[in-house]
Every structure is written in structure tokens, then in C-alpha cells.
Design a protein around this ligand. Structure first.
Ligand code: PCA
Length: 223
């Protein structure tokens, strides 16, 4: 039997940067074995037109039991485990091809939103126990990361509906802070070094694989 897979995706650099922490984490953990699974990595283009086909290709090549997509979120201070993907694109800046769609759905005629199917609170607890700054987030924004998150959840949902007897493949999204070398160019910006980022994502994967059900603890926010 082949080793089950975890698919970890990152993104190319965007918004004038020449590096992206999400890409660096995916490449760092590529080929690692975590919780009896092998990590496959893919780097997605920061393009509304090209990111979704690249995600589909990566899912078909890997056939993962768990998929975690990663994205850079300048301004966030912690690993941000996303709970909700929305079917809306409203690009604040052009993507890497110059496209800037406004108020269009990610996928026409699809639901308004999907929840992550990751055990987000168990992952948060594992990160805090290991001393890695982390939080739950209720918005992945309305740019390419949210579009990839939404397309991932739509694909996993379609697959689960087609074969209800199969163990549902799970997936979700984590936004990550800037790397220190990026923060150095952006005064006041928070950052996290690549070792902490990679360790944190490995812990998050391990927690996702080892919790069939999420913890019943509060993780909400009042605003
Ligand atoms: N972050 C962007 C797109 C690519 C990335 O790493 C986002 O949050 O949408």
C-alpha cells in the first residue's frame, strides 16, 4: 500500500515581494513524514485564472487525505487558522497577471460559503501547547487565498458527495505572517521566522491527522 499523503500548498511571491513564507514552508516540509503521511508540496500562482487549475492538478497528482493551503497575510501576527471560505472575489490589488476582478463569485452557482473541515480548535490547542503563536480567523479575505480555499472546499465537498462511503478527505487554509526579511522592509510589520513557521505547520498537520473530531472548546470572538 502506498503511503497516504498530505498536500501542502504555498503561493508564489506577490504584491512587490520576491519571497512568500507560504511557499517556503511548503518547500521546507515537502517529503517529510508526519503522522504516518508523506507531505507533497505544490506552489500555486497568485492568479485568479491559474490558481484553481493548479490546485486541481495538485489534488489529482497527490490524492491526499488531508490538504492544507497556506498563504501570506502581511499584518497578521500569528498563524491564522481560517474557518470560513466565501464565494466572493473582491481584489484589493491586481494579481500577478494584472487581473483585478471585483465582486464576482469564485465559482458560479456554488454555495455562498464553506467551513473548513479541519479540526481547527484541536490544531490551535496543539500550537499553543508547543508555544507557537496561533489564532482562529473568520475571514480569509477576498483575494486569491480565499479563492483557493473556497475552490478546495468545493472540490472536497463534491468528492464526499460522490462517494459518501469513502472517508472524507479533509482540508482547510492557514494564513501566515511575513518573514523577518519582509518585515524589515515594512516598518512595524509583525514577522515569524521560517523555523517557527515550519514547525508550527508540522504541528498543525499532526494535530489534524490525529483528531477525527474537533475539540468542544470556545474559540470564538466578539468582533
Ligand atoms: N496571500 C494572498 C495571495 C497569495 C498569498 O500568499 C492572499 O492572502 O490572498
Amino acid at each position: 500500500m502506498t503511503t497516504p499523503r498530505v498536500l501542502l500548498t504555498g503561493f508564489e511571491a506577490f504584491d512587490g515581494e520576491d519571497i512568500n513564507p507560504a511557499r517556503q514552508i511548503a518547500e521546507t516540509l515537502s517529503g517529510e513524514h508526519i503522522g504516518g503521511h508523506r507531505v507533497d508540496a505544490a506552489v500555486l500562482p497568485v492568479s485568479f485564472a491559474d490558481a484553481l487549475p493548479a490546485l486541481t492538478q495538485a489534488l489529482e497528482a497527490s490524492r491526499p487525505t488531508l490538504t492544507i493551503c497556506l498563504g501570506q497575510a502581511g499584518g497578521r501576527t500569528r498563524l491564522s487558522i481560517e474557518r470560513v471560505a466565501i464565494n466572493l472575489i473582491d481584489a484589493r490589488i491586481p494579481d500577478n497577471t494584472g487581473a483585478q476582478p471585483i465582486d464576482t463569485p469564485v465559482i458560479a452557482d456554488a454555495p455562498a460559503a464553506y467551513f473548513s473541515t479541519l479540526p481547527v480548535k484541536a490544531m490551535l490547542a496543539a500550537l499553543h501547547a508547543a508555544g507557537v503563536p496561533a489564532e482562529l480567523s473568520f475571514s480569509a479575505g477576498s483575494y486569491v487565498c480565499n479563492a483557493v480555499f473556497f475552490a478546495l472546499m468545493h472540490a472536497l465537498h463534491a468528492r464526499a458527495s460522490a462517494t459518501p462511503s469513502a472517508t472524507a478527505a479533509r482540508g482547510g487554509f492557514i494564513h501566515v505572517p511575513l518573514l523577518p526579511q519582509q518585515a524589515a522592509r515594512n516598518p512595524g510589520a509583525a514577522s515569524m521566522d521560517i523555523d517557527t513557521l515550519s514547525k508550527g505547520i508540522a504541528i498543525a498537520i499532526e494535530a489534524a491527522l490525529s483528531h477525527a473530531h474537533d475539540l468542544h472548546t470556545t474559540g470564538g470572538s466578539t468582533h
